[in-house]
Write a protein that binds this ligand. Structure first.
Ligand code: CP
Length: 302
């Protein structure tokens, strides 16, 4: 792997290996036995992804360089490329980047000589969110093959939908899409279905946030929930063991009834917890593939 930009780069075998690595990090503490620096360059707001990268990096023993876009020289007009090149020059060993552009990686790809992990690219890709979703589904069912997965919400503007739909298909799951008018994405090529029909047979109901920051659609909250969201009435019709996922942040009372966010079948906070370990797995994979780590670099610790 050069930079980790899209989950499509990974074979099914690599995804399973990342899941197994993440589970081993969940069970046992491992640390890298050399000094390495990570810089997390977030140009869009984030609570979960940024913080869980920091925790993943610190658990592995990396030094985390401080960067806040709003107090950085990007405010003086410095480009993403020059910012990344600066961190490379001062000794960062890897970068984690989130940016509102769908194609920010094109600016960095060939000229940045340290590994880059995509922590969110505009509306297009969120590969580490996808991997933590896959880990959560795998821990529930022990497989993907034959599972029915509904992805529901603002599909058109969601990088999570794009990353997940194709990865789940690659792993053998059947993916269905449900979206309000204006939020569909017919380019994905997955069947569209109503929430009312899908919840009766889907094993996983993945809800997505209405991405208010990416469009000007206005909506009536209650009307959206009743017509397109997961209400308490719909939740009662879900299969006995079906689970609810949501990448969060959640618009409580819009795509999901607030009372369901922490209900028994919700794995929303489990997803967040899993995010730390899957990010540890991605970090060690990419650093190993770049030759920065070798088989002796990662040690079990007490
Ligand atoms: N799920 C997710 O990407 O959350 P943040 O925007 O808070 O990082």
């Amino acid at each position: 792997m050069r930079h980790f930009i899209t989950v499509n780069q990974l074979s099914a075998e690599e995804i399973f290996l990342l899941i197994k690595t993440a589970e081993s990090y969940q069970e046992t503490n491992f640390q890298i036995n050399q000094q390495l620096f990570a810089a997390n360059l977030f140009f869009e707001p984030s609570t979960r992804t940024k913080s869980s990268f920091v925790v993943a990096e610190k658990k592995l023993g990396l030094e985390v360089l401080d960067f806040h876009a709003e107090t950085s020289s990007t405010e003086k007009g410095e480009s993403l490329y020059d910012t990344a090149k600066t961190f490379e020059s001062i000794g960062a060993d890897m970068l984690v980047v989130r940016h509102q552009s769908d194609t920010w990686m094109d600016e960095l790809d060939s000229n940045i000589k340290i590994p880059i992990i995509n922590a969110g690219a505009g509306k297009e890709e969120h590969p580490t969110q996808c991997l933590l979703d896959l880990l959560t589904i795998y821990q529930e069912y022990g497989r993907f093959d034959g599972l029915n997965v509904l992805i529901s919400g603002d599909i058109k503007h969601s990088r999570v939908a794009h990353s997940n739909a194709f990865a789940l298909k690659k792993l053998g799951a059947k993916v269905f899409i449900s979206a309000a008018p204006g939020f569909e994405d017919n380019t994905l090529g997955f069947p569209h279905i109503s929430m009312d029909d899908a919840i009766k047979f889907c094993d996983v109901v993945m809800l997505l946030r209405v991405q208010h920051e990416r469009h000007k659609h206005t909506l009536e909250t209650m009307e959206y929930l009743e017509n397109y969201g997961l209400t308490k009435e719909r939740e009662k019709q879900m299969k006995k063991h079906a689970i609810i996922l949501h990448p969060a942040p959640v618009n409580r009372g819009v795509e999901i009834d607030s009372d369901l966010v922490e209900c028994d079948r919700s794995r929303i906070f489990k997803q967040m917890s899993n995010g730390v370990f899957i990010r540890m797995a991605i970090i060690t994979k990419i650093l190993t593939e770049w030759g920065i780590l070798n088989e002796n670099s990662i040690e079990k610790c007490q």
